[in-house]
Design a protein around this ligand. Sequence first.
Ligand SMILES: N[C@@H](CCC(=O)N[C@@H](CS)C(=O)NCC(=O)O)C(=O)O
Length: 237
Amino acid sequence: MESEGPISLNNKVFDPKMVNHSITFYHYPLSPPSRAALLVVRTLGIKHDLKIVDIFNGEQHSPAYLKINPFHTVPTVDDGGFYLYDSCVIMKYLSKQYAKDDSLFPKEPRKAALVGLRMYFGSNYLFPALRDYFAPVFFENVQPSTEKAKKFEERLQQLNDFLENETWVAGKDLTIADFCIVSIVSTAEAIMFHVNKYPNVSTWYKRAKEAMAPFGYEEIMQDGSDKFGNAFKEKLK
Ligand SMILES: N[C@@H](CCC(=O)N[C@@H](CS)C(=O)NCC(=O)O)C(=O)O
């Protein structure tokens, strides 16, 4: 699969009317969904003003932030007074609104549905299983639970099954679903899950890192995951 050649992506400001257009992206580098959406912003070449919301220090509960995102989460996007939260919603909107073609989020209904299905898996199953594992360690000062680790590993196995004979998580092309899932897998790896035990996940993960490298994978995804991993390790006895 590695010999397929370069993947064509939308990494330039493509539409002249976009040259002076900028969005505001509210971000926290340790947050996996925030990293996924930010890397899509970079991949699409959308100009953006980055605002860090330190969720470990409660900045997401400020009245000003709650006004634009009553769910007090990162990421949030402000596109000229149009406010959006939830990374999946953001990634879909930005792709539809600003991508020069539909490669990252296909228009064809069944392909789009498959992308949605994998993002649904990421945001409702894979990420919650990981959060159930790490959140008590961060916020309740308890040690990691082997039972919760097992539950997350069951989801990794499911991801491995989805990737059987597939190049990307939603089929033959790299899509926003890969950004969603890679943010979770890289975070899991940083907190010592052996993601390479799952052969399809391992091959896909390497491929995803290579494809996303030109758009800032190292700076946005790897660096955020490493920081997350270090913060987690500090909590271990
Ligand atoms: N489904 C949401 C989840 C976002 C989310 O849970 N963000 C967490 C960080 S990973 C957050 O901002 N937590 C702060 C809070 O809930 O107050 C998305 O994909 O954007």
